[in-house]
Design a protein around this ligand. Sequence first.
Ligand SMILES: [Zn+2]
Length: 78
Amino acid sequence: MKANECEYCSGDIQPKKVTVNYSYKGKLVIIKDVPVGVCQECGQRYYAAATLEKLDTMAQNSDVAPERISVPVMVMSP
Ligand SMILES: [Zn+2]
């Protein structure tokens, strides 16, 4: 397997900046401009270990977030 090849579909992985919905201890945090590798074929995201650590740290300090949004929460009825 090549370094920039998707492990699921062998597609090409390109570096991108994405918005991540990150859940930390039941608290949802949205983090923008996160650098990840994205498979061009299946959309699988690949995070560097350092990036995941940073997401964790940022989620723990979400009190300093410059922006807040309200999110609708729904339940699908049968
Ligand atoms: Zn893929």
